[in-house]
Design a protein around this ligand. Structure first.
Ligand SMILES: Cc1cc2nc3c(=O)[nH]c(=O)nc-3n(C[C@H](O)[C@H](O)[C@H](O)COP(=O)(O)OP(=O)(O)OC[C@H]3O[C@@H](n4cnc5c(N)ncnc54)[C@H](O)[C@@H]3O)c2cc1C
Length: 382
């Protein structure tokens, strides 16, 4: 790994030890299989079970619910090590650091007992379904409805681009319990993968994240009891807004780790590759490119580490998280592109990690709220 002049100061010795075991896990259990999973378009359940067994799922959940009661620095390490091996398929962080916290923060005791221990073991895979074919950025415009009928809610609608969609055993579905209302009419429901009327559509063919089972989901008269509602009726939008800073910072964490990985691969490649009787790394253009890439990555690293520190203290505000998300994902796209260029034709070949990193980088500017929406949020603070 390239050494940066400014050492990272956010991790303790325990965190560093944890990082070693996470690194081993990703190098042994994930990286060697990833190409096969890309062809299959999905990460098999065995990989989830292995991650669960190793204690790498839902680590921040309290021990009584199967987690390790870990802080968000542990989550950060998991995300970084996954990015360092270029494994974009496993939707572990969405499962552990987005879906599980909703259940922990808003679930009833019964819901927590029922789902969290199984999620920590990897026996239940989680997803969250907000986006629909007709609406993404404009979340309040969702058309999926959950209508009360007797003592049940009946869900109808369609979702798309849902991470972990094929594998999902449990989906948090955003639906309107009062379609006349915008934000106030939205509620969240826990829908089990085997609920009658719930079907999984296409596992979508994508530009990148090729081992990720991003899917369409259909809800056709899906009856759920009130016990499946997560949090209060009409509270959906409010709940979705609470953890946005952390959810967006996760994208920035992945982005900076991807820049570091790209830099390392490119330093190694350009030292090895020869042209005109010397290493590519010896051309001044290469050295200047790499110098700029290292500088920009270092700058991003310091900013994101500060944000991680703030999020661990529950002090990261939405606008600062939006800055991290938009700026780091933009940077990732620029850096990966420049690194690919330094690989020449090999950079375009799928077998090279830089080619995959290039394909995987693009979506970072789109999901989790597009970068344009991030700028909207930042501009509101001016
Ligand atoms: C691989 C992948 C995984 C995903 N995973 C999930 C998931 O697990 N769960 C989930 O619910 N969703 C998921 N999404 C959906 C993702 O969050 C949305 O695609 C994203 O929020 C953008 O919504 P949209 O696609 O409808 O684009 P649109 O909202 O239609 O936007 C189109 C363009 O218009 C711009 N735009 C929209 N509104 C404004 C505005 N007010 N001002 C300026 N510009 C604007 C956007 O920035 C964008 O450039 C995933 C998407 C992808 C590609």
């Amino acid at each position: 790994m390239t050494e940066f002049a400014i050492p990272r100061s956010i991790f303790t010795d325990e965190h560093q030890q944890f990082r070693e075991s996470v690194k081993r896990f990703y190098e042994r259990e994930i990286a060697p299989h990833h190409a096969k999973w890309e062809e299959a378009g999905i990460v098999p359940r065995e990989a989830w079970l292995k991650a669960g067994e190793a204690g790498f799922l839902c680590a921040t959940m309290p021990e009584e619910y199967g987690g390790a009661g870990a802080d968000r620095y542990y989550s950060t390490i998991l995300m970084e090590e996954q990015a360092y091996v270029g494994a974009s398929g496993p939707g572990f962080s969405l499962h552990s650091d987005i879906v599980a916290p909703y259940i922990l923060n808003y679930g009833t005791e019964e819901q927590k007992q029922k789902w969290l221990p199984k999620m920590a073991k990897g026996e239940v895979i989680g997803a969250i379904a907000m986006t629909e074919p007709g609406t993404g950025s404009d979340l309040q415009g969702v058309k999926t409805t959950a209508v009360r009928k007797g003592n049940q809610f009946v869900i109808n609608g369609q979702k798309t681009f849902i991470t972990n969609g094929q594998n999902a055993d449990l989906v948090i579905v955003v639906a309107k319990t009062d379609p006349k209302e915008g934000a106030k009419g939205m509620s969240l429901f826990l829908v089990e993968g085997d609920r009658e009327g719930f079907t999984k559509g296409r596992n979508l063919e994508k530009l990148g994240l090729r081992a990720q089972d991003t899917s369409e989901l259909f809800f056709n008269d899906v009856h759920v009891p009130p016990e499946n509602m997560l949090g209060g009726e009409g509270q959906g939008f409010y709940m979705l807004m609470q953890e946005l800073a952390w959810e967006r910072l996760q994208i920035a964490i992945g982005a900076v780790a991807a820049c570091e990985a790209a830099l390392n691969w490119t330093v190694a490649y350009t030292r090895d590759r020869k042209a005109f009787g010397k290493s590519i790394a010896d051309f001044q253009n290469t050295r200047f490119e790499l110098a700029e890439i290292k500088t920009e990555t270092q700058v991003a690293r310091v900013f994101v580490d500060k944000c991680i520190e703030l999020v661990a203290q529950n002090k990261l505000d939405v606008a600062t998280a939006a800055m991290a998300k938009y700026w780091c994902s933009d940077l990732q796209n620029k850096i990966v592109d420049r690194c690919l260029q330094l690989h020449g034709g090999y950079g375009f070949m799928w077998e090279y990690p830089i080619a995959r990193a290039y394909a995987d980088a693009r979506v970072q500017r789109i999901y989790g709220g597009t970068n344009e929406i991030m700028k909207e949020l930042i501009s509101r603070t001016l």
